[in-house]
Write a protein that binds this ligand. Structure first.
Ligand SMILES: [Zn+2]
Ligand SMILES: [Zn+2]
Ligand SMILES: [Zn+2]
Ligand SMILES: [Zn+2]
Length: 268
């Protein structure tokens, strides 16, 4: 219990009266009181200085004057607070005794007073030194297991990355193949189109030429007929004597027809 009072007293000494926490970067002022560096700087920033002597403020605890430029880092106090913090971690908050036991049932550090309390009655306890190696071993096993799992996942990641790059290559190759095949197909279709168009053009020319020949032939025929009609019309216009004279044997053709081979139905 004595140590608990001692710790309480020590904590009070190391507590900043501005922020009410253990001091951080403690500094001392003229009167000997100490505060966190940031707390006292903040205090002088918020308080108006003594108008009779500028730069002078009053200690928040004893009201004695101090100069804002006279703050001195308190290295001794800082060291003590550090030791106190470290010591405090190994002390029971309730009883102020060393936490040198470990309750296996609760997974909790205990001091000898805690161990005897009804809360831990019948619980399995061991000294910190005895309990620690077993837990360390368990932790080490867990780390080994996790490292093994990690290596599996790393291998899986590597495999997947390789699969991705292999797939990318495969897809690229396939793209090139499709592109090349379609280029060939386009070229082939273009050639085919040209071939059929050329053949059609040739066919058109031949057909047109034949039809134009026919037209020319028919024109000739029509011209012949026109002339024949004119000739026969002329014969019809002659006097009866001349007309009949025109039908003489001399004017007949080899078939004995006097109308002319070109116009007679029988001679045609
Ligand atoms: Zn403070
Ligand atoms: Zn003071
Ligand atoms: Zn205790
Ligand atoms: Zn317990």
């Amino acid at each position: 219990m004595a140590s608990a009072i001692f710790i309480k007293k020590l904590r009070e000494e190391a507590t900043c009266s501005i922020c009410l926490e253990l001091m951080t970067e403690p500094v001392s002022i003229n009167c000997g009181h100490s505060y966190c560096h940031l707390c006292i700087v903040g205090f002088t920033g918020n308080q108006s200085a003594d108008t009779s002597s500028p730069g002078t403020f009053h200690c928040p605890q004893c009201r004695k004057p101090f100069q804002s430029g006279s703050l001195r880092p308190n290295k001794q106090l800082r060291g003590m607070i550090q030791t106190f913090k470290e010591m405090n971690q190994s002390m029971c908050n309730e009883h102020g005794e060393q936490l040198h036991l470990f309750c296996e049932n609760d997974g909790q550090l205990l001091c000898w007073c805690c161990e005897r309390s009804p809360q831990h009655k019948g619980h399995f306890t061991a000294t910190v030194e005895d309990a620690c190696p077993g837990y360390r071993e368990k932790l080490q096993k867990a780390v080994t297991k996790l490292k093994f799992t990690e290596s599996i996942y790393m291998q899986l990641k590597l495999d997947t990355t390789q699969k991705i790059s292999s797939w990318e290559k495969k897809i690229k190759h396939e793209e090139e193949r499709i592109h090349s095949e379609f280029t060939n197909l386009h070229t082939f279709l273009h050639q085919e189109e040209e071939f059929y168009m050329h053949r059609l053009e040739k066919e058109k020319e031949q057909k047109l030429s034949r039809l134009q020949d026919n037209v020319a032939y028919l024109d000739n025929k029509l011209e012949e007929l026109k002339n024949g009609i004119l000739e026969l019309d002329k014969k019809c216009q002659c006097s009866a004597r001349n007309f009949l004279q025109g039908l003489s044997y001399q004017s007949r053709n080899t078939r004995g027809c006097f109308f002319g081979t070109a116009y007679c139905e029988q001679c045609l």
